[in-house]
Every structure is written in C-alpha cells, then in structure tokens.
Design a protein around this ligand. Sequence first.
Ligand code: ZN
Length: 200
Amino acid sequence: MILMLQICFVFGQKKVVVIDVGHGGKDTGAIGVNTILEKEVVLNVAKEIIRLNKILFDNKHNIYLTRYTDTLISLSDRSRLAKALKADVFVSLHCNASQTVSKGMEVYVHNSDRNIKVSIFLGVSIFNESTRKLGFKKRGVKFANFQVLRETINFCTTVLVEMGFVTNSDEASYLLKPSNIKALALSILIGINNYLNTEL
Ligand SMILES: [Zn+2]
C-alpha cells in the first residue's frame, strides 16, 4: 500500500499554474506615488514565484507566466494561453490604485456556476497567507466580473490578487524593496501550494 502511494506520488502529474502578469509595455498599469509602476511590480513578483518554486519546491508545480518581459498581452490572449496549457490554477497579479486613502490587499473571484467554490478556496488560501504573514490590511476576498476571471473560470480555478496600493506611500515604498517582493512571492506561492495540497 505504501509502495503504491509512493509510486502515485512519484508519477503524479504536476499541476499547471499560470501566473498572469498584469499590464506590460505601453500599459504601465497604476503609477505609484514614488513613480513605481504596477507592470514592473507584478513582473518582479511573478519571476520570483518561478524562482522560489525551483529552489524551495524543487519545481513541484509547472509554473508559466503570461509574459516574461515588458510586453503588452491582450486579456483574451492571457486566458487563451491558460486554456492551451490546460491550467489547473490561474492567478492574475495586480496592484491597486485609489484616489482616496486606501491600503491593503484584496483577492477577486468571478461569481460563476463553475469552479466558484475552488476559486474562493484558492483566494482565501492566498489571502490568508499574504495578509497574516506580511501584515497587509485585510480588504477581503470579493467578487468581480473581470475579463480574465470570466474567461478562465469555466476551465480552471482562477483568482485575481491586488497586492496593495501603489497610491499609498507605505505600500508603494514596501513594493520597491526586493526583499519584500520575495516575501510577497513566497506568500502567494505557499497559498497556491496549500490550495493544491488540499484541492477540493
Ligand atoms: Zn492592474
């Protein structure tokens, strides 16, 4: 029995995780109070997720990015890529911006008939890991009809993570530091990993 379990583990299929790196190219995304650009923050976090999956998890998951460089990809191409790769999990990375004094982290899920339960579960897993360990204010797991979520929810577990407000001076300076980018990436990766370990 134990041998069989081991064989299952060894030959178990790796899960496919697509990290959607928001914005890119001429689309800078939100611009921070310290001139930090959302498109750069999300790419830095995404690349760090790939690196940590390699060095800490021995490439346990097959992780792909929707972009690896500073290029603009259409929203429909992002979801098409996830479909072509047969993604198990799709995580879209963004930073928030606000005219008012706002701070904290939030995760969005699409309100849909399919994959909603697992998507909320993944959202909570990432949200808890990030807010508890990094001290971001908890803004919650919320529903939204974002295109990338709408176009991926039918075939995989999908969430969109808003990693703090670049319009908030504390969070904008937090996102400038490479050590904080690493911490953020690690918390998101552990959130994904915890979800995959206990997939519903
Ligand atoms: Zn964005």
